[in-house]
Design a protein around this ligand. Structure first.
Ligand SMILES: [Zn+2]
Length: 189
């Protein structure tokens, strides 16, 4: 089944991973998440009563379905919290686009090799073949289709670039975890 996921993750990759139960409690208090459900053997959550207020849909008719997965297919909306993981990992989907150098915009077509290399040695810098700028792979311009971290909030049923976290949600996340959060999109066909 196709998946469309909006993902939130703490922005500085070296920031301490948030505590899972503190985060779940905050998201429940804010009514971003509702009742827990089991998918596979994982705990997921139905959207809470304030979900539609805490996510800003950019189109005029948000495509979101909060009912049963069987009947609503790929638009079925539910939320899961992945992590905290022991070490940072990357998250990408079929919508991946080659990243660009933050300095000169050069397109790094060998991104898959770069990701593999990062997994083995996360501190090794990536050097741009065009302008020579060296930096972390996480600083490349991934155009919101890849993310790096130790904890991910995944929101299924949100299509790429159709919705963003609201300022209120971002500020609650920051207050709860002490770090800024960013978002990106995963699509798996
Ligand atoms: Zn460059």
């Amino acid at each position: 089944m196709a998946e469309n996921i909006l993902v939130l993750t703490p922005a500085p990759i070296d920031s301490p991973a948030p505590d899972r139960s503190t985060l779940v409690e905050m998201l429940r208090d804010e009514r971003f998440i509702g009742e827990p459900i089991t998918i596979g053997d994982e705990e997921h959550f139905r959207p809470g009563e304030e979900f539609m207020m805490l996510i800003t849909f950019l189109g005029c008719s948000p495509m979101i379905a909060t009912g049963e997965m069987e009947s609503e297919g790929e638009q079925y909306c539910h939320i899961a919290i992945d992590g905290p993981l022991e070490s940072p990992r990357y998250l990408i989907g079929d919508n991946i686009k080659p990243p660009r150098c933050p300095g000169c915009g050069h397109r790094l077509d060998k991104w898959r090799l770069l990701l593999d290399a990062w997994q083995c040695s996360p501190n090794a810098p990536v050097t741009c073949p065009d302008c020579g700028e060296a930096g972390s792979i996480t600083a490349l311009r991934w155009r919101k289709c890849a993310g790096f971290g130790r904890l991910f909030i995944k929101i299924w049923g949100v299509f790429e670039n159709e919705a963003v976290p609201s300022p209120n949600l971002l500020s609650s996340l920051k207050q709860s975890s002490g770090t800024d959060w960013i978002h990106f999109y995963i699509r798996n066909n």
